[in-house]
Write a protein that binds this ligand. Structure first.
Ligand code: SF4
Length: 203
């Protein structure tokens, strides 16, 4: 295993997170589906990783109640977010993982980051190794220069990063970077499992 990946896994574990490593996204998906009971309600945060894995479809098809604002009409999104907030299980990716074992995320609304650290019996964070960054500074840089421009394009937001690929700490009304959270260690009473996959997933 690559030294950066093994260091990251070791440091995540030292910080109290459960960590599973997979070479293959399909095996990771099978494991997650096995871990979650069919009678459990699932909330999902905005995540291209989960969307592209079609994990939500597998959960819905086998009978889980899945609450994800990406799957409903705009007028129903807040209600769906509230249901996701109250689900026993929460699924999300992470914008970044630092080599010293922290999770770093930036949100516009904040629902996703809040759910990552509070309010659920179990939280599964699913991420490709492309999300690993050397340190907090590099993590923020990758979020703002890789994820934000792509998200702005996807959501048709008129932010400077969309057009330049650079962050200028904008004051745009469309600004996505409003809540920045570092989860340094698995929170007290937290139950965060990180499924790290040896692939490039999401952005
Ligand atoms: S602060 Fe503005 S320009 Fe910078 S990444 Fe966020 S949305 Fe883009």
């Amino acid at each position: 295993m690559d030294k950066t990946i093994s260091n990251t896994i070791e440091n995540l574990k030292n910080n109290g997170f459960k960590v599973e490593f997979f070479d293959d996204v399909y095996i990771a998906k099978e494991k997650i589906l096995k871990e979650i009971e069919i009678n459990e309600d699932i909330g999902i945060g905005g995540s291209m990783t989960i969307y592209n894995m079609n994990l939500h479809k597998d959960l819905i098809n086998r009978g889980n109640n899945v609450f994800w604002h990406w799957l409903v009409n705009p007028e129903n999104r807040n209600e769906e977010r509230n249901k996701a907030q109250n689900a026993s299980v929460y699924l999300s990716s992470t914008n970044s993982i630092t080599e010293d074992g922290k999770l770093i995320n930036i949100d516009g609304l904040g629902n996703r980051v809040a759910s990552m650290f509070y309010g659920h019996d179990r939280t599964f964070i699913i991420a490709g190794v492309n999300k690993i960054a050397k340190n907090s500074e590099e993590a923020i840089k990758r979020i703002k220069e890789e994820a934000c421009p792509k998200n702005a394009e996807r959501l048709d937001l008129k932010t400077p990063c969309r057009y330049t690929g650079k962050c200028n700490e904008c004051d745009s009304s469309d600004r996505m970077c409003r809540v920045t959270v570092t989860i340094e260690k698995n929170p007290m009473q937290g139950n965060i499992s990180i499924y790290l996959i040896n692939d490039k997933l999401g952005y």
